[in-house]
Design a protein around this ligand. Structure first.
Ligand code: 5AD
Length: 486
């Protein structure tokens, strides 16, 4: 099929669907009959519907809390989720294991068997495809809040089919955000098609009266990502999703560390996503936001990690993001125990509860930063539309080929990797080397000046060493990687 940003016809969708469902035995479940699946999804009560609970939180101006969590033995996974619900999670995840993310279901199967034999978890998440619709339904039956798959899967078509048919009403990911930070050799053209499929499936459900939430993965590589780049990517994925019929979208942002910039980023993201969807004629959309607690390197010390989690929660609450993804005091160690995960939730919930009636005050600095992000996002998106001759899908492929959109520290060979970020003298994430980013001269001059200010203060030249120092700074207890004086 030729790549374009156009809603797939049902015929196109069903043709591909036959292949997707035939790719692993659990794809043949009769629960994947769409009439059956719609009936099942309609029986999911409102309080377990992700899209409805997000819309309600937005109306009330609340920031709800969601952890990451997933283990491979299904009974233990259910125990884990119940424990996190008890700890206060407003939404539950199922973090999917790495084999499933790479469509290596036979290896996931071996992992499940090994885990049973050795009585310990051998996979790093929940292998939803192997458990199939029936297994995923059992998980949902045992919890009382909405359930979402969180993963990092470039081709999540079968996974999306299985989880939605099981009544899980949200799926994370997108053509760029689940490719560029996660894969090396998969083209953007391929992942646009894979995610058009996932979105078209949701569009089919929406056309039949079922609300399902979709969430582009905002933080990308989670390391010094400039707000305008992640916001532009989120808006592109929201537009691509809306074209396929998605109505409920949660756009995301990973904490950068400067409070003004973080609040500005969430505000700009909400506003510009709504603006662009409206501009291209997508009506009746429900747009919400998600703030990710610090996604970069964490301090090893658990108490320090809890401090960082609390700061993240403060900023999320003040920004009025609709949802926040929590971290745990074990972040620097690996996959958390359920107790550690629960501690992250409890600390986070307390902070958002204390701040629920407050928000970050308007100020000149906030206003300027919002305007700066908006200007940069507009510049990037203008380039993308021009490159695609008006077609967003084509423009996106070209923008990555040419480095017009460039994600820092990404493993993908389809990403230019020429742009370099660094913090300015107040810790705002700025751009030190533009590569081929789609920025005009005015924007470039602004960044250059900000980097010069820092260089002067630190008595060194603007250089890659600043980027390196910044990458490690937070895990060492500082936001800005100041030069080490010997
Ligand atoms: N359970 C909990 N957290 C997980 N993460 C990855 N897999 C799991 C899992 N199975 C978390 C990492 C990191 C983020 C990207 O996802 O710890 O915080």
């Amino acid at each position: 099929m030729e790549l374009k940003n156009k809603k797939w016809t049902e015929e196109e969708f069903f043709r591909v669907r036959r292949e997707v469902l035939a790719s692993w035995p659990t794809g043949s479940s009769e629960l994947l009959n769409l009439d059956v699946a719609i009936k099942n999804l309609k029986s999911v009560p409102d309080h377990k519907n992700f899209a409805k609970k997000m819309a309600e939180a937005k109306k009330q101006g609340r920031t709800l809390v969601q952890p990451r969590a997933g283990v491979d033995r299904i009974d233990e996974h259910i125990t884990l989720l119940k424990f996190l619900e008890e700890a206060g999670a407003d939404f539950l995840p199922s973090t999917i294991d790495s084999y499933t993310r790479q469509n290596r279901y036979s290896e996931a199967e071996k992992g499940i068997e090994e885990s049973k034999r050795l009585n310990r978890n051998m996979l790093n998440g929940f292998p939803a495809v192997n458990y199939g619709v029936e297994g995923c339904m059992k998980v949902l039956d045992n919890v009382n809040v909405p359930l979402q798959a969180r993963h990092g899967t470039p081709d999540a078509r079968l996974l999306a089919e299985i989880i939605h048919a099981a009544g899980w009403t949200s799926n994370e990911g997108g053509a760029i955000s689940y490719n560029i930070p996660y894969a090396k050799n998969i083209s953007v053209e391929d992942t646009i098609k894979y995610w058009q499929y996932c979105d078209r499936l949701v569009g089919y459900y929406e056309d039949h009266g079922v609300s399902i939430n979709r969430e582009p993965f905002g933080p990308l590589t989670g390391t010094l990502v400039p707000a305008s780049i992640s916001n532009a990517v989120g808006i592109i994925e929201a537009l691509l999703a809306a074209e396929q019929g998605v109505k409920n979208i949660t756009v995301g942002y990973g904490m950068g560390g400067n409070v003004v910039q973080d609040v500005a980023a969430i505000k700009a993201l909400q506003k510009q996503t709504e603006y662009y969807l409206d501009k291209f004629g997508y009506k009746d959309m429900v747009i919400t936001t998600v703030f990710h607690q610090w996604m970069g390197g964490f301090p090893k010390n658990e108490d320090e990690a809890m401090g960082l989690i609390s700061m993240s929660s403060t900023v999320a609450a003040l920004s009025k993001a609709t949802k926040m993804i929590t971290k745990t005091p074990y972040e620097s160690i690996g996959i958390p125990t359920k107790e550690a995960n629960g501690r992250g939730i409890k600390a986070s919930k307390l902070v958002v509860s204390l701040l629920k009636d407050q928000q970050y005050l308007d100020s000149k600095e906030l206003d300027m930063e919002i305007k700066q992000i908006e200007k940069e996002v507009n510049s990037l998106l203008d380039c993308v539309f021009t490159l695609g001759n008006g077609d967003l899908a084509v423009g996106t492929v070209k923008a990555f080929e040419q480095g017009i959109i460039d994600v820092p520290f990404a493993p993908s060979k389809y990403n230019a990797g020429k742009m370099l970020p660094a913090r300015d003298n107040e810790g705002f994430i700025r751009i030190l080397d533009f590569g081929n980013l789609g920025f005009n001269d005015e924007i470039k001059a602004f960044h250059r000046q900000k980097m010069e200010e820092r260089a002067k203060y630190e008595g060194r030249n603007v250089s890659f060493q600043m980027t390196v120092d910044d990458v490690y700074a937070v895990s060492e207890g500082q936001l800005i990687g100041r030069p080490k004086r010997g």
